[in-house]
Design a protein around this ligand. Structure first.
Ligand SMILES: [Cu+2]
Length: 592
């Protein structure tokens, strides 16, 4: 009953004491997977009012949620290249999130948080659990205030609504992007609580006509603290030796595929809690082809997605990764990569064609275990949703255009055909406060080789790397720790060109990539080599690269890069408006 209320609460008035806006309501385990509400641009403009709130459930779960003006949670923002986004963000966070009744008795907490605010949200030094801002993950928009700056932009409770306003670049690839808070030191708490939403740049059927006319489904997989942290594993599971705790205080990798996970998962907010993982429910018409757009909005959990029918892995057709169609290199036609599983790191996206099961055949969406290393979290095998064939299954609300006009060819040569002007090496590393105590506090670093490892300092302002707009560079990212890290850089995409020193042929782009962990037996540190694309004028500015496991990012595993304008004027000395968009003619992306 609760689940059905959640599905329709944007259209009915709720008289219950727990108003949806106060409590960040969530569906019950086992509920049908609801679709996020779509907010679409009209006449080239999408205007959205979002409020971020937090709430502690009676089960102790700490929730953070975005509501639009109609009360919809985490709406999907849909825009086309060239469209203008105007997003007003209101911060209603409190530092004593409690249930609605208790909150009424604790006005002083909110007051205390308000008192901290002192200045311009564009130049705020306040970064606290009740501060917030937005990062538009994957978009090549300028890293300036009111657009995609996360270094200084910080909105406090009590501030008036803060306006984000920018144009989607004309050349932005069509695909799945997302929005989430990026307050240094507090990203994990807010994202783990559910503060995230999908963003779709329309037109993927223009890039690959194999998806034209398909019904599309947006699936946001989030993680959250365990609802039943003290429960023993299900009896059906093989026993695992014992539960250890990793460097971050999460359930450590058992290396078996079983045992207590570090975090619970949810799919479009339907929780799938440990230990029994009651799956959420997806219905499809028998053998219907659909286009699934899956976002791993987890704070720390790796996914390894598979679709099983009668327990047998099925092929699904990957069309895009990290918001970019995999045929964007211009040479592979309507290429689709058919796989029976796909790893998705925190922050990553995968978009694929799936064919529904025949009538009477039970289907499952699962994540297979991910070996995160001896220092990593436990990401065991678990169910996410059942897939049931039903002739009367409701159609997804959205369908891709059936007669699309093909996208124009890209303005720039394919990244894989551009020679890098230089090679840099960076490395992930960790140190223990007490080297003799594996459970002592860990410090996290992301260091440019040759520099001294240091924890990211948001007040420093001194870039670790300076590059020139127009250039293409190769970055080798090494992992000198015993757990996985997910490398992400703002404002641009890159191409994987080598894995552990061996050239590989992956002619497509990503913005987040897994970097394999180090084992004692390795002769060299594991690494990825990435071709980094600084050609777009929108990359001019100062922004960050970091591990997308948010407890690592919050702990300092982040670095600062300055992209200087091609005319050699240091970007820091240039004033807004922004340097324009990816393709000529440039739109002016005004800030206010
Ligand atoms: Cu990490």
């Amino acid at each position: 009953m609760f689940a059905s209320l959640w599905l329709v609460h944007g259209h009915v008035s709720l008289c219950a004491q727990e108003s949806p806006n106060a409590s960040c309501p969530r569906p019950s385990p086992g509920a049908a997977v609801p679709e996020p509400v779509d907010l679409r641009s009209h006449n080239g403009i999408l205007k959205v009012d979002l409020t971020v709130r937090n709430f502690t459930g009676t089960d102790g779960t700490k929730r953070f949620c975005y509501f639009d003006a109609a009360g919809n949670q985490s709406p999907t923002l849909r825009l086309s290249p060239g469209d203008l986004l105007i997003l007003n963000l209101k911060n209603d966070l409190t530092d004593a999130p409690a249930n609605a009744a208790a909150a009424n008795n604790t006005p002083n907490h909110k007051h205390a948080a308000v008192a901290e605010k002192n200045s311009d949200p564009c130049d705020s030094a306040t970064m606290s659990l009740t501060s917030t801002n937005l990062h538009f993950h994957g978009l090549t928009v300028p890293a300036v205030c009111h657009q995609d700056d996360v270094l200084k932009t910080s909105i406090q409770p009590g501030d008036p609504p803060f306006q984000y306003k920018f144009r989607i670049p004309e050349g932005e690839p069509p695909g799945l992007y997302w929005y989430h808070p990026h307050i240094h030191g507090f990203s994990k708490a807010q994202v783990l609580g559910g503060a995230s939403g999908a963003m779709i740049i329309e037109g993927i059927e223009r890039a690959n006509k194999e998806v034209a006319g398909l019904p599309e489904r947006v699936l946001v997989i989030r993680d959250q603290d365990l609802v039943n942290p003290n429960a023993p594993p299900a009896k059906s599971e093989p026993g695992v030796p014992k539960f250890l705790v990793d460097h971050d205080g999460d359930a450590a990798n058992t290396g078996t595929g079983f045992g207590k996970p570090a975090k619970d998962l949810s799919i479009n907010f339907v929780p799938v809690p440990y230990p029994d993982y009651p799956p959420a429910a997806i219905q499809m018409k028998p053998q219907e082809r659909q286009f699934w757009r899956v976002l791993n909005a987890s704070a720390i959990t790796y996914l390894n997605l598979a679709v099983l029918y009668k327990r047998a892995p099925q092929q699904f057709g990957i069309v895009a990764l990290d918001g970019v169609p995999i045929n964007s290199n211009g040479t592979t036609g309507d290429f689709i990569s058919w796989q029976n599983h796909i790893g998705v790191p925190p922050g990553g996206r995968v978009e694929f064609i799936v064919t529904g099961p025949p009538a009477g055949v039970p289907g499952l969406l699962v994540t297979r275990t991910v070996d995160t290393g001896v220092g990593g979290e436990n990401d065991p095998n678990r169910m996410i949703a059942t897939i049931t064939a039903a002739a009367d299954a409701p159609e997804p609300k959205s369908k891709l255009a059936s007669s699309p006009v093909p996208l124009p060819p890209p303005a720039e040569p394919w990244l894989g055909n551009v020679a890098p002007v230089c090679v840099r090496k960076l490395y992930f590393s960790e140190t223990l406060l007490d080297p003799n105590d594996p459970n002592s506090a860990t410090t996290f670093y992301l260091t440019v080789e040759g520099q001294e490892p240091k924890v990211f300092d948001p007040s420093s302002g001194v870039p670790d790397i300076v590059v020139k707009q127009g250039d293409v560079e190769d970055w080798i990212i090494e992992n000198r720790s015993t757990e996985l890290h997910a490398f992400h850089i703002h404002q641009l995409h890159f191409m994987l060109v080598a894995w552990d020193g061996v050239a590989i042929n992956e002619p497509f782009l990503r913005d987040t990539i897994n970097v394999p962990f180090h084992s004692a037996a390795d002769l060299q540190y594991p690494s990825v080599r990435l071709r980094m694309d600084f050609r777009d004028p929108n990359t001019v500015g100062t922004f960050v690269y970091h591990c997308h496991l948010l407890e690592h990012e919050d702990g300092g595993m982040m670095g600062l890069i300055r992209v200087e304008a091609a005319d050699s004027t240091p970007a820091s000395e240039k004033s807004t408006p922004s340097p324009g968009t990816r393709s000529a003619p440039a739109h002016s992306t005004t800030s206010n």
